[in-house]
Ligand binder design. Sequence first.
Ligand SMILES: [Zn+2]
Ligand SMILES: [Zn+2]
Length: 356
Amino acid sequence: MNIRCAHRWAFSRIGGELAEQADELPAPTGHEVTVRVRHCGICHSDLHFHAGGFDLGHGQTSSLERAGAKLPLTMGHEIGGEVVEAGPEVSGVVRGEQVVVYPWIGCGACPVCEGGDDHLCPKAMRNLGLQLPGGYADLVRVPHERYLVPIGTLDPARAATYACAGITAKGAIGKLGALGPGHTVAVIGCGGVGMTAVALLVATTPARVVAIDPDPAKRDAALRCGASLAFDPAAPEAAKTINKACGFDIAAALDFVGSESSSSLGVNLLRRTGQLVVVGLFGGEFRMPLPMFALKSLQITGSYVGSLNDLRDLVALAQRVELPATPLHLRPLAQVNEALADLAAGRFVGRTVLQP
Ligand SMILES: [Zn+2]
Ligand SMILES: [Zn+2]
């Protein structure tokens, strides 16, 4: 293959079809690395990027432009593949090495980035699949070798999903206090990320996990991943039913939907001193009676993807222990439009991974 020509699936207008385009890739300079994409997961965020932004409530939306993204946009931030070319200053990377790419790249030079929190960089965003071309392509250019994490013998399709679904779940769990055997954690929304959180909680904590999703197939999959109980949030008096079943003792809720109804369900499930972590970007506004903050001593926090160290830790964890396998669906990259439509319609359980 020609490693100086990337075939990218991009959209040129908001909501428009993705079409293949061929872009010349100049020789990598400095610390740049070219990775041949073998797998790229489709994330729910891609639906928002494709639609032009996020719903901020009150009819307001965020915009791709303000985020520094330009059309045509090549999405895809769960990238796994092999190193095919490296710039002259790259060290410690072997050609042919199988890696997962950390996509949440900041300026790379400020104290936040140097502390490993590129994803929270206040200066510049160079996220792959948003400001920089992503993994819906056969080749991807990575700005620095430090964003590559070797995966060894891990399943490469699954390891690719660690770059967003994995570290987003891990980052959210990391926001919680220590979880003991008496603790119950509610996972609201069991799509790719929520399902990963169920699997990680079961594998790494003694807490009891309760899965909440309107789709019975997702509830079944969550139970197979180790959740103790599963509930439909759309059932009448769902909060009451769930609370009763859990002895009114839910210590934490992870909201992977991030809608008005999911966040309010999360708050209503929490016992005193409970923690709600809002992760999903469905959109809308958060509303709750102010006295409840004090009366219940609640903690409400947000969590955005995860750090480079979260990705390294997750890869190391997966190499050490067998994590419960969340469902994966492999599809050819050329079916990306159909795959996005299927995701938007909620037609499958788990994560779809594209193969160029
Ligand atoms: Zn994502
Ligand atoms: Zn920075």
